[in-house]
Design a protein around this ligand. Structure first.
Ligand SMILES: [Zn+2]
Length: 316
């Protein structure tokens, strides 16, 4: 089970659209003459608004032209496809497109196949942070199917027991080694270089077993070992003791995703998370409607790298 450290951090007020009050409602108590004057005044006001709108449209067109020119000047010599990213005219900095990574922890399980079927139907890539506990054992061969379907396999933990893996840094890397060995018969483990720390990289449960500094040391060691690691900023809370239903899981996700252009969604793939499978089509539909592109965590990183590279070069 995971606890999101971001859950309460990212809340923005909903977008509010201002509608001007209807003149007939406002002035209906005014005498006949006054009403005509008001209506004339409103007509003039509407004319004024129309002119302002026209001026704004002209300005916007000019601005878009400038952005377009800047964009092509800066990127014609790079491999970055020109239609992928927006560019801020003021700074020349690139903005990332809206992206979402669906990530499934703790699998494979009896729910892996239904998850894969939905992802295949919807043509959505995902990332699976897998385990090799007793509960996973009979489903482990499914990691081959996950990889064959084009999803990303990443490491989570062999035992997933905090008291064991966080007893020491050596214990942690021993567990990762055991996980790699368990996966070896089914996938090319040499190509697996992403991991997610059980409980997240800022968990405090590890302090109880390995001391206060253990996560900091593990993160530094992960970097030395050329691992990428990632937490999440959207928590489905689908593996909590309250066993939320599919509708609640979707609400949890929408609540956390609000205001984020990059979403890493923590979901679970265990025998207890059937409601996650039930919610999955609606989760995908919601992100799609909100204009997100689906990708694996490695793909998201590649896009980030591509975007940051031209600026680094420009900075010398
Ligand atoms: Zn986990």
């Amino acid at each position: 089970m995971h606890k999101s450290q971001f859950t309460l951090l990212y809340h923005t007020p909903p977008l509010r659209v201002y509608f001007p009050p209807c003149p007939h409602t406002l002035y209906q108590t005014i005498t006949g003459e006054g009403l005509v004057m008001r209506r004339n005044a409103n007509r003039e006001e509407r004319g004024g608004r129309l002119l302002s709108a026209l001026a704004a449209a002209v300005l916007l067109t000019l601005l878009l032209g400038i952005i377009h020119r800047l964009y092509h000047c800066e990127y014609t010599d790079t491999d970055t496809p020109n239609d992928c990213f927006a560019v801020s005219a003021a700074t020349g900095e690139t903005a990332l497109p809206k992206m979402v990574c669906l990530t499934f922890d703790d699998g494979p399980s009896k729910n892996t196949v239904p998850i894969l079927e939905i992802l295949d139907r919807e043509q959505v890539p995902a990332t699976f942070f897998v385990c090799a506990q007793d509960a996973n054992e009979r489903y482990l061969p499914l990691v081959a199917d996950i990889a064959a379907a084009g999803h990303q396999i990443a490491l989570h933990s062999a035992t997933h027991q905090y008291s064991k893996i966080y007893a020491s840094t050596d214990a942690f890397w021993q567990d990762i080694k055991a996980l790699r060995q368990a996966l070896e018969p089914y996938v090319d483990v040499g190509g697996i270089d992403w991991l997610r720390f059980p409980g997240g990289s800022t968990n405090t449960v590890s302090h109880r077993y390995g001391g206060r500094g253990i996560m900091k040391t593990l993160k530094a060691q992960a970097e030395q070992k050329s691992y990428h690691w990632i937490d999440w900023n959207v928590c489905a809370e689908d593996a909590t003791a309250s066993h939320p239903d599919a509708a609640q899981i979707l609400r949890n996700i929408r609540r956390d995703a609000e205001g984020h252009d990059l979403c890493v969604v923590l979901l679970h793939d265990t025998k207890a998370t059937g409601q996650t499978v039930k919610a999955l089509p609606d989760i995908i539909q919601w992100f799609r409607e909100e204009g997100y592109t689906f990708c694996t965590v490695a793909q998201m990183q590649a896009v980030k790298d591509e975007v940051s590279q031209p600026n680094e070069q420009a900075a010398g």
